[in-house]
Ligand binder design. Structure first.
Ligand code: MLC
Ligand code: AMP
Length: 491
């Protein structure tokens, strides 16, 4: 029994989704997901954990497809709607998804799969008037979702979570942050990452709350929705709070006052996915009257550490382990570090993922022998709260809340004919957290605008370097390894 679906049945007429002024009830979601599930099952009684890739715009249809995949016994593989084809193909090929569902607007993007006889490819608009089929019973230990995350390897890895992992991720937050059916949240985050999927969408729907979708982030639009007075919960990455503050500063006094009043009626505003600068937390308090609740998580573990819903929210700190989460900090030899000393965060919890899809070696390397997941994040425990100090790998960049692998970008850059060698690093940036920049070794300097166009056909825009420098050689240590700290100084 999938708890999310069962919960929906208890309040069928309540509004679940608001999208472009249209409302959909929980019953609408149950009906549409059943219809799509019946289509997916075709002549089978259970998809038996077959990965189903779907590229659907945020909104009612996205949720109906996600639920349908779960109800038919498949594994949901959400595709990023802004990816160029090679990035989409990587996910589809890596998961070996044999079923691909797309919103009508993405048929053209993925048309290479339309003719592929080994795959069932369908636009969701073609799924209607399906005869209802009995839906299978789903064991919670079964696979539910694969999300792609960048890491210390050049190519992203698929993170497989089970229904039981996901239910634990959701219920932990629902309890800790006191979600209820009275809540109303805005969804502006991408729906191929945990922040948007679990923390916003699934927590809200689990609780019988309402989710309003805004397809494309815009600070102006977010404030317009704030002023309508329906919202009481908001979650975003620090870059979004930065952008909202910049927009607020441009507004006339009366507008600012109206917004201040609208925000005063919110019960909760959360920041996460990257470090929240203390300055942003302070400015947001001035504007909205809210101390942002900062929490820490990861695709592989869901949310693990949080400032309290009730109690002191300490600026610059991620808080304490959430109920059910075991956390320890260890040195390079795996020994526990003392209070006040830096160590790697390691986690044990029912929310921790099952495996990296098709990568048993990477999976086993990411856990200690006694089952602790190694996050790679370095933290210190001070006066009862954890504070993040950084990561153990300089090759992982966080920009706009997205995790980006420097190695992945370097590999793509090296394929550009004029580039002999290159080094990519993240440099601190107030707005984006870190900015992706690249040092290029070339024969002759060239137009980087052309390079940018070339890159965007191969990688998502958020992975595109924002600054280039040309150098004759990359800085290296005596072993010949590129010294990225030296490289950073060049920017
Ligand atoms: C975009 N731009 C960037 C950029 N991304 N500039 C520098 N660095 C970046 N990373 C610039 C480009 O110049 C672009 O113009 C312009 O911004 C608009 O691009 P956009 O893509 O339309 O940006 P926008 O919609 O404003 O996106 C900003 C954002 C987005 C903050 C809304 O980055 C976002 O949705 N981030 C959230 C990611 C997320 O959900 N992470 C959670 C992962 S899960 P041009 O020239 O390109 O057209 C996780 C676990 C956990 O981390 O703990 O939650
Ligand atoms: P992802 O792999 O995209 O899920 O990103 C997870 C990573 O985001 C974590 O390993 C951290 O490095 C980072 N992260 C998430 N929340 C925070 C936070 N509150 N402060 C600092 N870093 C964070």
């Amino acid at each position: 029994m999938l708890q999310l679906i069962e919960n929906a049945k208890s309040n069928p007429l309540k509004t679940a989704i608001v999208e472009e002024k249209k409302s959909f009830s929980y019953q609408n979601l149950l009906d549409r997901s059943e219809e799509i599930a019946s289509f997916l099952l075709n002549d089978k009684s259970d998809l038996e954990e077959a990965p189903v890739a779907f590229m659907v715009s945020p909104g009612f249809e996205y949720v109906a497809v996600q639920w349908a995949i779960w109800r038919a016994g498949g594994i949901a593989v959400p595709l990023c709607i802004t990816y160029p084809l090679p990035s989409l193909q990587y996910v589809i090929e890596d998961t070996k998804a044999s079923i691909i569902l797309v919103g009508n607007e993405y048929v053209e993007t993925l048309k290479v799969y339309q003719e592929d006889s080994s795959k069932l490819f369908s636009s969701t608009s073609e799924i209607f008037d399906q005869k209802s089929k009995p839906l299978p019973e789903i064991e919670k230990s079964r696979g539910a979702m694969i999300l792609y995350t960048s890491g210390t390897t050049s190519l992203p890895k698929g993170v497989l979570t089970t229904h039981s992992n996901i239910e634990s991720q959701i219920s932990t937050l629902v309890n800790a942050w006191e979600w209820s059916s009275e809540d109303y949240i805005l969804e502006i985050l991408p729906l191929h990452h945990v922040h948007g999927i679990i923390n916003v969408l699934c927590c809200a729907l689990w609780s019988g709350a309402t989710v309003e979708f805004l397809n494309q982030f815009s600070a102006k639009e977010v404030f317009k929705i704030f002023l309508q007075g329906n919202l009481n919960v908001f979650m975003a990455v620090p870059t979004i709070y930065f952008k909202l503050i910049s927009e607020w500063e441009k507004l006339p006094k009366e507008e600012q006052q109206k917004l201040g009043q609208a925000m005063a009626s919110f019960r909760l505003m959360v920041s996460g996915s990257a470090a929240l600068p203390v300055s942003v937390m302070e400015q947001w308090k001035e504007i909205s009257g809210h101390y942002l609740l900062e929490r820490y998580g990861m695709t592989e573990i869901g949310m693990a550490v949080s400032n309290p819903y009730k109690g002191e929210r300490r600026a610059g700190y991620i808080g304490k382990p959430l109920p059910g989460v075991k956390l320890r900090t260890v040195d390079e030899d795996g020994n526990l570090v003392k209070v006040g000393e830096a160590g790697e965060i390691q986690i044990k919890s029912p929310s921790v993922f099952k495996e990296y899809w098709g990568k048993p070696e990477a999976t086993s390397k990411s856990f200690t022998q006694d089952g602790w997941f190694k996050t790679g994040d370095i933290a210190v425990f001070e006066d009862g709260y954890y504070r993040i100090l950084g990561r153990d790998s300089i090759d992982i960049i966080k920009s706009g809340g997205y995790k980006i692998s420097a190695l992945e970008i370097e590999e793509v850059l090296r394929k550009y004919p004029e580039i002999k060698d290159c080094g990519v690093v993240g440099i601190p940036n107030e707005e984006w957290g870190e900015l992706v920049v690249a040092a290029l070794v070339v024969e002759n300097e060239f137009d980087t605008d052309l390079l940018n166009i070339w890159i965007r056909e191969r990688m998502p825009a958020y992975k595109t370097p924002r600054k280039y420098i040309f150098i004759s050689d990359l800085p290296r240590n005596t072993m010949g390894k590129v010294t990225k700290n030296e490289l950073k100084k060049l920017f």
